[in-house]
Design a protein around this ligand. Sequence first.
Ligand code: FAD
Length: 461
Amino acid sequence: MPGTQAIVIGGSIAGLLAARVLSEYFDMVIVIERDKLPAGTDYRPGTPQARHLHTMLIRGEQALCRLFPGFEEDLKQAGAVQARWGLDNRFCTVGGWTPRFDSGYRSHIMGRIRLEYLVYARVSALANVRFLTETEVTGLLTSADNRQVNGVFTRSRVNQMEDRLTAQLVVDASGRSSKASQWLTQLGYPAPQETVIDAHCGYATRWYRRSDEFSPEVIAIQTRPNAGLMRGGGLMTVEDHQVVVTLMGGAGDYPPTDEEGFNAYARSLADPALYEAIQQLTPVSAITGYRRLNNRRLHFERLTRRPEHFLVMGDAAAALNPIYGQGMTKAVLEAELLQQLLQGRDVSKLVGLAARFQRELAKVMKGAWMMATGEDMRFPGVEGATPWLGDRIGHAYMDWVAQAMPSSQLVTKHFFEVMTLLRPAASMMRPATLIRVVWHNLRAIGRGRNTPALQSVEITA
Ligand SMILES: Cc1cc2nc3c(=O)[nH]c(=O)nc-3n(C[C@H](O)[C@H](O)[C@H](O)COP(=O)(O)OP(=O)(O)OC[C@H]3O[C@@H](n4cnc5c(N)ncnc54)[C@H](O)[C@@H]3O)c2cc1C
C-alpha cells in the first residue's frame, strides 16, 4: 500500500523544522533543496545570510529543545557558548548599558552554519525523512481541476533532468526567493498581497579568532535613530574560539566592506566597547556585506481562493529585518503551529488546512512583525509605513524603558523577555514595569534632564 507523503521545499531552518514536524504524521517526508547538503561547515549559496551574526532567541531555543529532546546537549557538545542574560549579554541602548545581573535566562550562541548543521543532523536521522538535494522545485503539480496541490515539478542541478514528485501536502519553506506567488498565478489563483517596510538597513560582517583571555561576551550597541544615530553593531563569541562582528546601519548609512571603512564605522558607534573589543581579536575572514534587509510579508492569510494542501512558511511567508534577530525563532514557532494543526488529524483529509494554517501563522508571527516594523519606522526615510500616533507613543514609551533599564534590573529583565519573544510587547506595560519606567523618567525630568523620549514627543507633537 502506498503511504502518505509530504514534500518540503527548502532545506534551511524553516524547511528542516517543517520536516521534523511532518515526520510525525506522514509515512514519508521529502525535503527538496537546491544546494548540496549537508553543507557541514561550508557556506552554501542558498543561505548567504549564514556569514552574518545570527542569534536564536530564548523562545526559539526552548521550542527547538522540545522538538529535538536533548538538543541543548547537542549545542554544548558542538561548542556553543552559553550566555547568561544580563551577565554575558551587554546591551548599550539609548539610555546606556543594561545593568550587570543574572536575569536567570540562558541561551546558547553559535554560528549560523553550525546551528543549521545540528538541526540537519537531527532531521536527517529520522527514518522517514529523505533529502533530495541539488534539486530545484520549479512548479506545483495539481489535480486536474487545479483545486489541490498534489506534488511538485523538479529540475536537477546536476544534470538538468526534469521530474515530478507526488505528495498529499507540499510546504514551501524556500525563503525570500520563494516562487509561491508566481506558482499560484500560473495556476489561475490570485497572488497574495505584499507588504514591504524598508528602513534601508545593511550589514557588514567579519569573523575573528579570540585568545583564551578574551571575555566571551555578547556586546550589542543599538542604533539610535531617535537620537540621530543610524549605526549599531553586535559582537558574539561562538564555537571554536571564533567571534563574529556585524556592523549595522539604517536609513542607507550602510557599513563599508573595506578594512579601513569597517574599522572606522566600528569606531563611530555610540559606544567604544565594540571597537575596543575588535582590537583584541585576529581577523580570519574577509568582510561581507548584506543589504536586502527589509521586512517583507506575503498575505497568504488574505487569499480568498487558494489551492488545498499547499502551505507557505518561514521567510517565504514573511521575512523580517534581522537586526532584531527573530527570523529563526519565528520559523520554530511556525513549526510548532504546524504540529498543533496536524495533531489528531487524518492526513489523507487535509481540505481546509491551508487556509487555517496561513490564518494562524499570521497570528503567530504578529508580535515579531510588529516589533521589527515598529522599530524600523523610527528610521528616517523608511518606505512602506508611516508611524501613526500609537506608534509614536510606543516609541516614546520604549525610549523611557531604555532610560530606565540601566538602573532597573526588573525593567531590563522584562525587556529581555519581550525581545526574546518569551512575552508579547504589551507586557512592557504591566504595572510593575510601568511604575518603575514612569518613576525613573519623572525623576529624571524633576532633575532637569530631558530624555530622548521627551525630545521625540516634542518633535512629533
Ligand atoms: C543578514 C541576515 C542576518 C540574519 N540574522 C538572524 C538572526 O540573528 N537571528 C534569526 O533568528 N534570524 C536571522 N536572520 C533570518 C534567518 O536567516 C531566516 O529567518 C531563517 O534562515 C529561516 O529562513 P528560511 O528557512 O525560511 O529560509 P532560508 O534560510 O532563506 O532558506 C531557504 C532555503 O530554500 C532553498 N531554496 C530556495 N528556493 C528553492 C527551490 N525552488 N527549490 C529547492 N530549494 C530552494 C534555499 O537554497 C535555502 O536553503 C537573518 C537573515 C539575514 C538575511
